[in-house]
Design a protein around this ligand. Structure first.
Ligand code: CP
Length: 312
């Protein structure tokens, strides 16, 4: 099977077969990171630009490591160190980067749709590393990989996503990704943080956290994204932790073999206690490890792998 996508923009535009191919490729890429010499020549001669307008630890680092493990040349640009601080527009910046002939541009931007706009206007492959509150497809793919690895398959599982759904591109991408792969997704959180019409993504909304987690195979906790909130949407962090946070006490009502996930960064003691984040059910650092494998797979598939030239 050829991978026909030139760009990775969101989970909506990936088919079940394409997601499965990405996850299978990531499974085989993972072994490279376990070798003593963690490098293969697969993308030698390719150039990957990491263009991050918002802060990132996991996504930027794992794309950088992924590119280097495949022998691509990678370089990183942030908004504060680019000529955008002098007033250059996003599209002018991207066209100037294009003139240097990179093969892939990985972009994180605060505006929803920025990666889609670049994909229409410039030649290199575009990978969305998070656009505003819209989408974070590579996070969803690494979450799918981590669940599939730990549970054997995604189909038929019940996934509870808890917290600030409204401001979370991870939640949106995972609602689409997990339902597409056959899981049942239930969400819960403060009413002020549940977007109207979220059910159109094929998910259900639980009345409270207990209802969401009691039958869940996987519980994914989300950070409150204060940087995207125009006003405070809950009384206090202490109150939030008490009503919506995941503690060992609250976990008593969950299944014995439940898995705990979080995309990071974690606000310890707010949406999740340290005991749960670091506890026996947590696969949070597995998510980070698999982030490298998924991003290696994506770079390989869009830049060097099986894609036919000139397809989109
Ligand atoms: N999960 C995630 O996107 O983390 P970073 O913001 O650190 O990249």
């Amino acid at each position: 099977m050829h991978f026909e996508k030139k760009n990775i923009l969101d989970m909506t535009s990936l088919s079940v077969d394409e997601i499965t191919m990405i996850l299978d490729t990531a499974d085989s890429m993972k072994e490279i990171s376990q070798r003593s010499v963690k490098k293969v020549p697969t993308l030698r001669g390719k150039t990957v630009v990491l263009f991050f307008y918002e802060p990132s630890t996991r996504t930027r680092t794992s794309f950088d490591i992924a590119a280097k493990r495949l022998s691509a040349d990678s370089l990183s640009i942030s908004a504060s160190s680019s000529s955008m601080v002098k007033g250059e527009t996003l599209i002018d910046t991207a066209r100037n980067l294009e003139a240097m002939n990179p093969d892939v541009i990985v972009i994180r931007h605060s505006s929803a749709g920025a990666p889609h706009m670049l994909a229409r206007m410039i030649r290199p492959s575009i990978i969305n590393a998070g656009d505003g509150m819209h989408a974070h497809p590579t996070q969803s793919l690494l979450d799918l990989m981590t669940v599939r690895e730990n549970k054997g398959e995604v189909n038929g599982l019940r996934i509870a996503i808890i917290g600030d759904i409204s401001h979370s591109r991870v939640a949106r991408s995972n609602c689409i990704g997990f339902t597409k792969m056959g899981a049942e997704v239930v969400i819960a959180g403060p009413q002020t943080m549940i977007p109207k019409g979220i059910e159109t993504l094929g998910v259900s909304v639980a009345l409270n956290v207990e209802d969401a987690i009691c039958d869940a195979d996987v519980i994914m906790m989300l950070r409150i994204q204060k940087e995207r909130q125009k006003s405070f949407l809950f009384p206090s962090e202490r109150e939030y932790a008490r009503v919506y946070g995941l503690s060992n006490k609250r976990l008593e009502s969950a299944k014995d073999e439940v898995l705990i996930m979080h995309p990071g960064p974690i606000n310890r003691g707010v949406e999740i206690t340290p005991e749960v984040a670091d506890g026996p059910y947590s696969i949070i650092l597995d998510q980070v490890t698999n982030g490298v494998a998924v991003r290696m797979a994506l770079l390989y598939l869009v830049a060097g792998g099986t894609r036919n030239a000139d397809t989109d």
